[in-house]
Design a protein around this ligand. Structure first.
Ligand code: HEC
Length: 186
């Protein structure tokens, strides 16, 4: 091989390398994504705008409905919650009234209807003659007895958690064999 030939080979190799290098730069230039200076800026302003222009006073954050809670309720957990009531109520058939009336069969039972129990006039008068206890009225009463029936003799602060109320209602339903109401459990 003479010098001339070596030069040709070296030249060809260098030329190819240069070509590949240039191609790389070119590709970078074409496909490079510009970096965002401030990401999500547009989203931020959009959300802020929406909140500013909407009537935030009317946005109510609602939890699940009573029906939804009841469909997930556990009478077993409700039986636990019922310990809070046990100082004043019996839950079994044929047991005597305590400070409060026996609650056996309470779902779909006439409100304030245990014959030998003397109810407050507040509870008797809150409802129409013949009204029955249902899921909604039990839920409202148990959330805050004094607030829902001002003047009731039931001295009980109430059960604050909607889930706990759903559980105890499921338990009350379980001990109400004559009730027509149903909690649909999936
Ligand atoms: C400190 C005693 C006390 C506790 C605790 C108590 N109750 Fe009562 N409850 C009463 C009294 C007294 C009445 C009667 C209210 C009236 O006449 O105004 C009553 C009435 C009721 C009634 C209406 C019964 C009917 O025949 O119409 C229901 C339902 C009830 N209680 C459920 C409960 C549940 C469930 C709990 C527990 C989560 C509970 N109570 C805890 C004293 C109590």
């Amino acid at each position: 091989m003479d010098n001339f030939e070596v030069n040709k080979i070296v030249g060809a190799v260098l030329g190819t390398a240069l070509f590949v290098l240039c191609l790389g730069f070119l590709a970078d230039m074409i496909y490079a994504t510009p970096k965002l200076e401030k990401q999500a800026y547009i989203v931020e302003t959009l959300v802020a705008d929406t909140l500013e222009n909407s009537d935030t006073d009317n946005i109510v954050v609602e939890g699940p409905s009573l029906t939804e809670l009841l469909s997930l309720a556990s009478s077993e957990k409700g039986k636990n919650v019922s310990k809070k009531c046990a100082s004043c109520h019996n839950f079994e058939a044929g047991m005597p009234n305590k400070v409060g009336p026996n609650l056996y069969g309470i779902v779909d039972r006439k409100i304030a209807s245990v014959a030998e129990f003397s109810y407050s006039s507040a509870l008797s008068e809150k409802f129409e003659e013949g009204d029955l206890w249902n899921f909604e009225s039990l839920d409202s009463f148990l959330e805050s007895p004094k607030k829902w029936v001002p003047g009731t003799n039931m001295s009980f602060a109430g059960i604050k958690k909607p889930k706990d109320r759903a559980n105890i209602i499921a338990y009350l339903l379980e001990i109400s064999p004559e009730s027509n109401s149903k909690i649909i459990n999936n």
